[in-house]
Ligand binder design. Structure first.
Ligand SMILES: [Mn+2]
Length: 229
């Protein structure tokens, strides 16, 4: 793994990790876990990662669910698991939120999480990108929290409805009734902490792998996105 530029044109202003996935076997991108250890373990069992496979998480490993510390430990301790930073990791780092279960080693790990992970043709960020701007005109906060470019709420229109890559953007942050698989956008937060599934996307086979999340809290239905068609 090296750091580099996630696009072929122009530098970006957020930190990122570039992968050469050509040297890997299976590559997966995984949606928001939010402390749901049981769902994470079930998904990892389903993925059955080999020595040369990799799972990239879209961030929000922590908060809302019951086992943030254990989820962080699980991801940190495996070289086959990597994550970008989500807004919930950012809140912990900014002191906007705290989790008493986390120690120094956890905070160092959170600090180490890149804002983006990319490979040739693919970009993993927590939130998304604004279709009206080049990638080079996005800040770290932009790609971490992007939802609706005009307003950032759950009212839409959502960035992924009009975004045309490249790169193909893999994202979480916006809770979806069903995962989104578009040519240029793959949405993976199916709200496992709210009783939905934990979802992974198999980048090579172009298919989803989903497990149900047994541990959940309630969420208002207007904050779960159902797209027509
Ligand atoms: Mn989230």
């Amino acid at each position: 793994m090296t750091t580099g530029n996630p696009t072929s044109g122009g530098a970006v202003s957020f930190d990122h990790l570039t992968l050469d996935i050509g040297s890997l076997d299976d590559v997966y991108v995984v949606g928001d876990v939010h402390g749901c250890l049981e769902a994470l373990e079930a998904l990892l069992e389903a993925l059955d990662l080999g020595a040369n496979d990799l799972a990239v998480f879209v961030g929000d490993l922590v908060r809302k669910g019951p086992e943030s510390k254990a989820v962080l430990d699980r991801v940190r301790r495996s070289s086959r698991l990597v994550s970008v930073r989500g807004n919930n990791e950012r809140k912990l780092l900014d002191g906007e939120a705290s989790l008493s279960s986390l120690g120094l080693v956890d905070h160092r790990y959170l600090e180490s999480l890149p804002t983006a992970i990319s490979w040739d043709g693919g970009l993993v960020v927590h939130g998304g990108v604004d279709p009206s701007r080049p990638l080079s005109a996005h800040s770290r906060e932009d790609v971490l929290t992007m939802r609706s470019p005009d307003g950032d709420g759950y009212d839409g229109p959502f960035w992924f409805e009009t975004y045309e890559g490249p790169p193909r953007v893999f994202f979480g942050h916006t809770v979806l009734a069903e995962p989104i698989e578009r040519e240029w956008a793959v949405g993976l937060d199916t709200g496992c902490v709210y009783g939905g599934d934990l979802t992974a996307y198999d980048v090579r086979r172009k298919e989803f792998v989903r497990v149900s999340g047994p541990d959940h809290v309630d969420r208002a239905s207007e904050k779960i996105v159902t797209l027509d068609g």
